[in-house]
Design a protein around this ligand. Structure first.
Ligand SMILES: Nc1ncnc2c1ncn2[C@@H]1O[C@H](COP(=O)(O)OP(=O)(O)OP(=O)(O)O)[C@@H](O)[C@H]1O
Length: 266
């Protein structure tokens, strides 16, 4: 059984692209690792895999071990990452595959990766409710994920996309751990005051409407993007150390506390 050594599985979903789903996946992984957990990150965003870039591991490749693909170990090995990005020859390549090929790739990602023991496996999914989501839902018929973290932005809440995502979860009987509202306000680097540029609070209202938990608001922090862009295969130890100094670290410490509580309560 490929998931037998994995204690908890969490999916990260978003109704639309560009809302910060990959950033939330990365920060969830970093904050869980900061609490001493062994974390795996599975990137099934086949058309736009961004995990190699997020973890500064674009030059790494995955190799085949005796028990399957060996995920890329980041820093001191507290985080392991598997992404289609590691298998593409040219990292700028994108994959245009039809449904059956995507399904086969996802099945392989779910069965052929030698993760070793993990406390948490975080799965970064493509935006929307596409073939990949249906495949992943099918893969998990026996091993149910603990649930999904749904990411939105204040603007996206105004659209039907989040609603669609939450309805999708209901349809495939996916437990929703909660909603994260990303890019919710801007923290001034000079005075640390938070300004609500795009309005905020919509995620909370949506969470109430669907009877799911609101996990928290994540402000826009330009330093986060800089931190990601300037790391060059320095590994997660330094990324983790840098992240601990980031203004978003306390925000995600609270979010991951709730994720842990909810996963352990299951
Ligand atoms: N809270 C934040 N503060 C500052 N920058 C952010 C924040 N969240 C996301 N970003 C930046 O916004 C951009 C888009 O984020 P990200 O790649 O995480 O979105 P996504 O939803 O995964 O996108 P896609 O749908 O293309 O996969 C990135 O450059 C990221 O660094």
């Amino acid at each position: 059984m490929p998931f037998e050594d994995i204690k908890h599985i969490v999916l990260v979903l978003s109704g639309k692209g560009g809302v910060g789903k990959s950033s939330v996946t990365t920060q969830l992984a970093l904050s869980l690792a900061a609490k001493g957990n062994q974390v795996g990150v599975l990137d099934i965003d086949l058309t736009g895999p961004s995990m190699p870039r997020m973890f500064g591991a674009e030059a790494k490749t995955v190799v085949q071990g005796p028990k399957g693909w060996l995920p890329v170990s980041i820093g001191d090995g507290k985080i392991k990452v598997m992404s289609l990005g590691f298998l593409l020859n040219d990292r700028g390549d994108s994959v245009v595959w039809r449904g059956p090929k995507k399904t086969a790739m996802i099945r392989q990602f779910c069965t052929d990766v030698a993760w070793g023991p993990l406390d948490y496996l975080i799965i970064d999914t493509p935006p929307g409710t596409s073939d990949e989501h249906i495949s992943i839902a099918e893969q998990f018929q026996d091993v149910k994920p603990d649930g999904a973290v749904v990411v939105t932005t204040p603007q996206a809440v105004a659209t039907a996309d989040v609603r669609k995502e939450l309805n999708f979860c209901k349809k495939v009987e996916m437990n929703v751990l909660g909603i994260v509202e990303n890019m919710s306000g801007y923290v001034c680097p000079h005075c640390a005051e938070c300004t609500n540029i795009f309005s905020s609070g919509g995620g909370k209202v949506m969470a109430e409407e669907f009877g799911v938990e609101f996990l928290g608001s994540v402000p826009i922090d330009p330093k986060f993007g800089q931190m990601i862009e300037t790391q060059k295969d320095s590994g997660s130890e330094s990324l983790l150390e840098q992240y601990k100094k980031s203004g978003l670290y306390p925000v995600f410490t609270k979010i991951s506390d709730r994720v842990i509580e909810k996963c352990e309560a299951k």
